[in-house]
Design a protein around this ligand. Structure first.
Ligand code: IPD
Ligand code: CA
Length: 272
């Protein structure tokens, strides 16, 4: 007999418990000192011992709490896939904002989301330094503490504070820099804070008006994307393509079209 599918709220409860413990470990390891353990796609794409230890802790916790689920993580990929398949897949970035973490900048997070049959239904993003925690369930809204989040009501792109990020590949960065150079005259200003999951949560609470980035992986987007969507932002790609590796645009409904038009015009999803 198969057990009934867990509700988004049940999955969120587990996600919060696991993410809090994980963030605690990351915080402790940071106070003990941190150094680069390896590089990944390029020499600036670093992994610390904490990235690996925190993801291992998350995998172990989920294996205990939800042994039949599978897991996709940034450091260990899908290798940690679990039992026969419950329809639930967890998506974890143990440390989003690894470069901030390395330098001691208080802007990195554990990001953990749960998908049911391919749709993200629950997510939590927890700032490792400050303990700020954003959560969402599909249809249940986005929250920070007891406060329900609503995105910015800005309607003028020229007044919008727009967050973005850059990938690790130098050729991609050059393209992204050209896009941002052409966009900045048309917005209030640009922010590059260094952790995509937090950027999306900031957009959810109106600390920035909108966010876009090319090159996000599933673990960068899953939890923060749900938080942003549940706070009222439209989260999409360019030209009808869903949000994904080519482009993520998260903007309040009134800003989405003008920002989309600028980004499409600048071929922001193109290039390397
Ligand atoms: C990175 C951060 C950064 C974004 C990059 C991501 P990582 O994730 O979210 O803000 O611009 O695209 O790869 O490497 O710190 O987990
Ligand atoms: Ca990461």
């Amino acid at each position: 007999m198969t057990s009934p599918a867990p509700t988004p709220q049940e999955l969120l409860k587990i996600a919060i418990e696991v993410a809090r413990d994980a963030a605690g470990t990351a915080h402790r390891m940071r106070t003990e000192g941190v150094s680069v353990a390896a590089t990944k796609s390029t020499v600036t794409d670093v992994v610390t011992a904490a990235d690996r230890a925190v993801e291992r802790q998350v995998l172990d916790a989920l294996a205990t709490l939800r042994p039949d689920d599978s897991v996709l993580g940034e450091e260990y990929g899908g290798a940690a896939a679990g039992g026969p398949g419950s329809g639930v897949r967890w998506i974890v970035d143990p440390i989003d904002g690894t470069v901030n973490y390395l330098y001691g900048l208080p802007h990195s997070a554990v990001s953990l989301a749960a998908e049911v049959d391919g749709t993200v239904v629950a997510g939590v993003v927890r700032n490792i330094s400050t303990g700020d925690e954003w959560t969402a369930t599909a249809g249940g809204g986005a929250w920070r503490g007891g406060t329900r989040l609503r995105c910015s009501t800005e309607t003028d792109l020229g007044q919008a504070l727009v967050a973005t990020g850059f990938g690790y590949d130098p050729r991609r960065r050059a393209h992204q820099a050209r896009v941002v150079a052409d966009l900045i005259p048309h917005v209030r200003d640009i922010r590059r804070l260094g952790a995509a999951a937090i950027d999306l949560c900031y957009a959810a609470e109106g600390r920035v008006d909108a966010y876009y980035e090319k090159g996000l992986a599933a673990w960068d987007l899953a939890a923060g994307g749900l938080v942003a969507h549940e706070a009222g932002l439209r989260v999409d790609g360019l030209r009808g393509v869903p949000a994904g590796p080519d482009m993520v645009v998260a903007a309040p409904p009134a800003l989405f079209e003008p920002l989309h038009a600028r980004l499409a015009d600048l071929d922001a999803s193109g290039g390397p």
